[in-house]
Design a binder for this molecule. Sequence first.
Ligand code: PMV
Length: 336
Amino acid sequence: MTATARAYPNIALIKYWGKADEELMLPVAGSLSMTLDAFPTTTQVRRNNLGRDTMRIGGREATERELSRASRLLDVVREWAAAPEFAAAGASAEKREWYVDIDTRNEAPTGAGMASSASGFAALATAAAREFGLNLSARDLSRLARRGSGSATRSITPGMAVWHAGSDEESFAEEVPAPQVRMVCVITSNTHKKVTSREAMRITAQTSPYYGAWIAATEEMLAEAIEVAAAGDFARLGQLTEMSALRMHAAIEACEPPIRYLAPVSWEIFDLAARLRESGIPVYATADAGPNVVLLTLPEYADEVAAQARQFGTVVVCGPGPGAQVIAADGAATAV
Ligand code: PMV
C-alpha cells in the first residue's frame, strides 16, 4: 500500500518559543497562527521490507540527521499503531515492526526559509497515520504532528489555529474564528539559519534574562489575540502580532552567547510597515527564526503592500490555506 498527504506551512501571529517537555514537544505557552495557501509539502509513505525507514527529499537521499528526525516521528506512529487505546482506530501489535520509505517534496524555493518544518512534519504525520491504517481525529493527528516539530501541530488545521499548551492530551491545535487577512511573505535570503530553532529555544530558556517575561507576556497576548480575532478587530490583532515577534526576538537576542536571526533588511521591512501605517495602510510585520519578514494586512491592501515590499526580496501573497489533506491516487484531496 502507499499513502500520500499534503500540508501547508503556517506563520505564527503569537509565537511559540519555549518547550515544557522536549520529548513530548509540549510548549510552555500556547500560540496562534495562520496556515498559508502556498508552499505545500507533499509526502508519500510506503511500507517496505527493509527493517528500517528510508527517505528521499525532493528526489535526493535524505541525510542521516534528516532521516533520524523523520524516524523519531515514525517511532511514535509505530507506538500508537500498536497501542490498545487506538485499537478502534486500526491499531494492532504487529504494526510496531512496520518500516517505510518516505518520498517528500516541498514547493517552496529550496533554502528560502519558507520550507518550514511545519508543513513537512504535518504531511509526514498524516501520510504515515494513513499508511499504518490509523484512523485518527484531526485533534490526535495534530498531537502526532507535534512530536515531529512544534509548529507542525498547527499545520493540520486550516485557517487560523490556536495550539494549546498543557499535557500531551491537551496540547493540540484547533481552528479559531478570525477576520479575513493576507500574509505578504518577503523572502530576503537564501541562506540556511545558523542556529536551529530547537537549539536556540533551549539556549533562550537557559540563558536569556527575558525568558520568563516572554512567557508571561505570551500568555497575555494569546488570550487577547484570540478575543480580538473573534471580534474581527484587525488593528489590535496586527499590533499584538508585531509585538509578539519583536518580544520573541528580544528574548533571543539577549541569550549568552547572543543569537540574531533578523538582518538589516528585516528591519527595513519592519520600518516599511510603520511607514505604510502612517500613510493609512493597516499592515504589521512579523518574523520567525530567520531574516524573512511576513507582512500581515487586509485583503484590499495586499497588492499595494506587495508592490512596496518587492524592493527587499521575492514577494508571495498568501491567504488562509487548507489543513492537512490526504491525496488519492487520482490526485483528489480530502481534508483530514
Ligand atoms: O516548531 P519549530 O521548531 O519549527 O519552531 C518554530 C518557531 C517559530 O517559527 C519561530 C515560531 C512559531 O510559533 O512558529
